[in-house]
Structure formats: structure tokens, C-alpha cells
Design a protein around this ligand. Sequence first.
Ligand SMILES: Cc1cc2nc3c(=O)[nH]c(=O)nc-3n(C[C@H](O)[C@H](O)[C@H](O)COP(=O)(O)O)c2cc1C
Length: 158
Amino acid sequence: MKTLILYASNHGTTAKICRYIAEKIENSTIDIVNIKSNKPLNLNLYDRIIIGASIHAGSVQRSISNFLKTNQDLLLTKPLALFLCGMNKPEYEQQFEKVFPEILRKHAISNKVVGGEFLLEEMNMIEKAIIKKITGIKETISEIDFTKVDELIEEIKK
Ligand SMILES: Cc1cc2nc3c(=O)[nH]c(=O)nc-3n(C[C@H](O)[C@H](O)[C@H](O)COP(=O)(O)O)c2cc1C
């Protein structure tokens, strides 16, 4: 059993969640791949695929939307789990639906919005200024919803 965990991550939170998932999945060879690494990727090699990404200013990383478009047909042939990081709770469902096309959401064994983090030390000056102004936060906060992450792990393991 071979599992691909493919992700995009601006400040490292989605990457961290991917590593957490990889540690908890048993009986599988796992490749964790940053979509930005431009590693040649043969999706046919994998028995199941997990895709994670994050929302910034209302949008997901373009690399992820392009990947989903290009590989949709193949993704529909594999057990699939999709997750999204974000910090704007009231918009979670809407954002998830915007990022992942309906056909993939319906096919996926697991669809989760898993919260996220504001890592001030990882932000550039503009990001920091925007986030501080919008949210009023003064220090880094972590609101990863590990209950949702654990649910995804259980659902993909079945
Ligand atoms: C500049 C900036 C803009 C963001 N915009 C949104 C947003 O529009 N909606 C949302 O739910 N979360 C937003 N977030 C929160 C991120 O989704 C959150 O920080 C997430 O954990 C980032 O994951 P990553 O480090 O893997 O990219 C934003 C964060 C930053 C720094």
C-alpha cells in the first residue's frame, strides 16, 4: 500500500499537518510531497492520495488548483482525502467548496477543514500588518483542529 500526501503550504502549517497524518497512518509507504518541489510525480504509483492546502486572502495556492484541474480524471480513480487549512471559521464550508471541485469532493472518502495557525514569525511585513489589523492578534496563535485531522486519518484508513 502506497500513499501520497501532496500539499501546498505558505508558512508551514499544512506541511506540519501532513507530517502528523503520515506518522499516524500505518501499514503504508508514504511519500509527502510539497507541490512546489517540482518533483516528477507519477500518481499511478499510489494506492491512495491525500491533498492538503491553505487559504490566503480568500484563495488557495494556484499550484493546487492547477494540479486539481490537470489531474482530476486520475484522482477520480483513487481513494482520495482532501483537507484545507484556514482561520476564517464562518467561511470554512464556502472556502472548501471553492477550492475543491464538487466532483472531487463527492468522490473523496474524507473532506475536512482543519483550522490553522497565524505564525507571525513566518509572515513578511505586509502579511503581518494585514493579519494584525484584521484579527487584532499580537502573537502567534495555533488553532489546528486535530479532531478533524484524526477523523480524516480514520476515514482514509478504512
Ligand atoms: C496573509 C494571510 C491571509 C490569510 N487569509 C485567509 C483567508 O482569507 N481565509 C482563511 O480562512 N484563512 C486565511 N489565512 C489563514 C491561513 O489559512 C492560515 O494561516 C493557515 O494555517 C496557513 O497555512 P500554511 O502555513 O500551510 O499556508 C490567512 C493567513 C495569512 C498569513
